[in-house]
Write a new protein. Sequence first.
Length: 367
Amino acid sequence: MKKYIVIGLCGSLLASCMQPGLSEDEVREFATSHIENQIGYADAVEPYYAGLSDDLKVWNNPVWRNMPRDYEKDPNDDGSYFYEDSIKVTLHDVYMMGSHANVMGTIQWYIAGVNTTYRNFSGVVTKEDGQMKWSRFMGADNSELAWGFLWPSNEIEGGLQPYNEMRNAMMNLDNQRALELSDSLVAADPSWATAHLGQLHYYWMNQDVENFTVAHDAAMSKLDGASRAEKHFIMSYTTDREKAKMHMEQALLFAPVDPMIRTWYAWGEKDAERALDIMRHAWARLPENGGVNNMMGYKYMAAGNMDKAKQHFEIFMRAHPDVANAYDSYADYYLAAGDTAMAKEMYMKAYETDNNWTASKERSEAL
């Protein structure tokens, strides 16, 4: 997802010794203000780029198997990533090195008063032509330290990113996108059982029994190479509710903090408070994920906590403005809260975002 960086690698320092020295006060002021001002959508774009060196190298979430890279500025940036209400920076250490400073700290992002994400970072600040800039930046999000996830057993080159995109699409109910990614993964490796997840999801949600059966049989025939978590999650796609629950519980044993498994499990849990207990672990790992916030919103509604429900629907909408389901769910909230005008507006917004959501349009017109 998401966060633009901000920042990179602190180990290599390549600056010119001709640059003027820095003061700790100006480094602290720059590091704090540059990050905390990354709010306000389009208004944040120009000052954001102004604080980045042309030679900036970044290393996002180094706990993943990736490498530092050159940062590329986006000439068409519309500021859509700067959607939070506020950002708080806490600096833990500033180490002065003449024309450079090594800065370490923590960033906290807030939406609707909720601290959705925090990132520990380390970066190098320098001065170019009299202006402070980041020349290196490395950040690690707490939500992306992914022990206990439903990792794919397949290791085809380049397969992890579309696999994660497929999962996100499933959780955001972007069903067509999930199907497309699933089809591409199945084509890339016909022996990969969990490549079929997007297909299973799409056909299940559309009640397409014939195609669901074909995809399910194909996935089941490939379970020998799957992990235990993958096997049980695939086997949970069944109309037998008791078997589905049993396999979902088994999947959780082997992937205990996987947000998708927890969300699917909570979906079928009638006890709202128990469902929320299940979901809080998922939210702690992926606090801006659409599917997680969507489920939290509905379960808080079921528990009678409308204020908490609104917060999670707001996070879903702000973090995923291109997902029709975000507006449809928010409309359900407003309808339950007795605000018919806002419900009508949000249902129509869902349809305008994705014309396949004709049911949302019908609900809007009926109000």
